[in-house]
Structure formats: C-alpha cells, structure tokens
Design a protein around this ligand. Structure first.
Ligand code: DP6
Length: 337
C-alpha cells in the first residue's frame, strides 16, 4: 500500500500523534501473531495527550536506539520499536539502523502513557524518513500491527477499527468524522500514581483463555459499535453515553471474571464512577469510560466540563484532573529540540 518515492529519502522526520480513548472498547484478539482485534472499536482522539517522535536513519549507528523522555530504552519497549522499523526497512529497502527519540507531552508517571499515540507517531515519522508516500490507511495498518489502538490515532476526531479475521493481512482504522463534527470534552480523573498492573496485550489473552463471559462479549460488541457510530453521526449524546459506558463496564466485567482476575479498578475508581453516575441522575450530560487502568475518563459537552472537573476533583483519592478537547490525526512536525 505504500509507494516508494523516486527521490532520495530524507532519512529523518518527526511526527506528532495524540492518544485516543475508545468508546466502544477493543478487548481481545482474533489473531495474536498478526495483532488482529476480535471486536470492532470506536474512539475519540484527544488533543491534550500528544507524543512527538523523531526518527533518523543513520549510517554511523550499529544498532537501533530508542530514547523515551530522555531515557534510553531496552527490552520490550525497544523490541516493539525495532519490529516496526524492520517493517519500514523492508518496505523501503533502506538498510540502516535508526535513532528514535520520543517525548510525551503529559506526565508519563501518571499512567496515561499511551501506546496509541506512540506507535501512530513512530509509524508516520519512520515512513516519511524512509521516503515512503504519505498514505493514511497504510500508516494505520502499520500502527495497528504494533498496537491495535494506535491504528485509530492516525485519524483525528472520531475513528473506528473493524474486527479482523484470522490470517487477514491488512486492517486499517477508518475516519468517521473530524473533531469539528461534535465538540466533546474529556475530563480525566487520575486515581493512582505509577504504571498500571498487567498490560493490555497480556490481559486480553488471559481474558480470552479464561473468562466465562468472553464469547458473549465478542458477540455483543458489533451492535454496540454500530449504535455508537450512529450516535456520533446524529450527535445523540444520550445514546452515546448509554452504550459507551456499558461497553467499558462490560469489558471490565469480562476481564474481572478471568482467572487470575484482572481488576484494574482502585477504590477511587469506584468513587469517581459513582460520582459520574450521581451527576447523571442529576441530569448532567456525562458518562464514564475506563481503560486497562484505574483512571476515569468522563466525557461531556463543553459547557459542563468545568463543573464535572470540579466534582471529580473533590472525590477522595483523585489526585489530579485534566481536561481535553478532541484532537487531530497524526501530522509531521519540527524535530524534537
Ligand atoms: C482497553 O491497543 O494497547 O485501551 O493491540 O495489544 O497493543 P495491543 O492493545 P492496546 O489495547 C487497548 C485496550 C483498551 C481499549 C481500546 O483502546 O480500545
């Protein structure tokens, strides 16, 4: 899907991408080796959570180097970067090692570090540095191979990633609507410090292998994704709130019932969720979603964001509250200074 440019490749490039949060959750793979999701997902891309990544292919290097927020990386993080670089080297014919520098514009220790923004930015920067043509579906497919949620961060606003089929070679996210379609706000309540427990990839495999609810989850997801897409297109907040909150809670219920149990919630997670439910009972337009971690993301309309942030700030155990509007898809940018 990528085309090789005829002119000599620039060998270096920088890209910025933003994290997304799924309203219809992806949880479970149909093909682990190819990293294909078992369920369709739908997400919003967030303006406030950005990752900037520069890639420089360099003749003088004798191995790939990956520096994240000024710290040289080894082990699995380096391996995941190298796996993507290998694919770009193969597609472009460039036979050079690369230095990758990446910076998150949000506190990494907060546990918000996102593989979605990271791999969307890395895909765009490495593909451009290698002189391959700019092609969003191909970029999304490349990002998806590293982390399926990253496929969606290639697009801004509202995006969806269909479920895959076993053995499928190519699977890209698709844009649903740009950020200007519907001005939603996300209020993020941080409920714990430090990195999360079990990662998404391992958590999904445990769930698939042991949760008695996994098959029901996989069967339910397509209709949820469809209803959410409809709600987005119609700007139907109530419809969006109802299905998105149910998707998050169904994902967690399914994961919780695994053996060993995957319990991502902390006591403040429950308190913040109850605070959101209380606000709903008062008629405020808000709903909660929770990823594979303890933080609550409350989605609302702009006029209510400050009130909701204030209410979540007063929940015991919530130590920081951030707000974000919807953001753009991946873009090339100036090199990291
Ligand atoms: C709960 O995309 O991180 O955030 O494909 O194994 O890298 P891998 O998983 P990842 O999983 C995201 C899980 C989620 C829901 C979602 O973003 O859809």
């Amino acid at each position: 899907m990528f085309t090789r440019e005829l002119t000599s490749p620039p060998l270096e490039a920088c890209a910025v991408a933003r994290a997304n949060i799924a309203l219809a959750k992806y949880w479970g793979k149909v093909d682990l080796e190819r990293n294909l999701p078992a369920v369709p997902s739908l997400s919003i891309t967030l303006d406030a959570l950005t990752t900037k990544t520069s890639v420089r292919f360099d003749r003088s290097l004798d191995s790939d180097v990956f520096v994240l927020d000024d710290a040289a990386q080894t082990g699995r993080p380096l391996l995941r970067v190298q796996t993507m670089l290998d694919q770009v080297r193969q597609l472009s014919g460039i036979d050079l090692y690369a230095e990758v520098r990446s910076a998150n514009a949000f506190p990494t220790a907060a546990g918000l570090a996102s593989s979605a923004s990271a791999f969307a930015a890395l895909a765009a920067a490495s593909v451009h540095a290698a002189g391959l043509g700019w092609n969003l579906p191909a970029l999304s497919d490349l990002a998806r191979r590293a982390s399926a949620s990253a496929a969606r961060s290639v697009y801004g606003g509202f995006a969806k990633l269909p479920a895959g089929l076993p053995g499928q070679e190519v699977l890209s996210a698709q844009p649903i609507a740009g950020k200007e379609h519907w001005d939603l706000r996300v209020v993020i309540a941080l409920t714990a410090k430090g990195p999360k427990g079990i990662g998404s990839t391992a958590g999904m495999e445990v769930t698939k292998a042991t949760s008695p609810f996994y098959d029901a989850w996989v069967r339910w997801c397509p209709q949820a994704a469809e209803r959410l897409e409809q709600a987005v297109l119609e700007r139907d907040f109530e419809g969006l709130a109802h299905v998105a909150q149910q998707s998050a809670l169904a994902m967690h219920a399914c994961a919780m019932a695994s053996s060993p149990s995957l319990l991502y919630f902390q006591p403040p997670t429950i308190r913040a969720l109850q605070a959101v439910q209380h606000m709903q009972s008062e008629g405020l337009p808000v709903f909660a979603t929770i990823d594979a971690g303890p933080h609550i993301k409350a989605v609302t309309l702009p006029a209510y964001a400050d009130v909701i942030a204030e209410r979540l700030r007063s929940v015991e155990g919530v130590h920081e509250v951030m707000q974000s509007a919807l953001g753009s898809g991946v873009e090339l940018c100036e090199a990291i200074g």
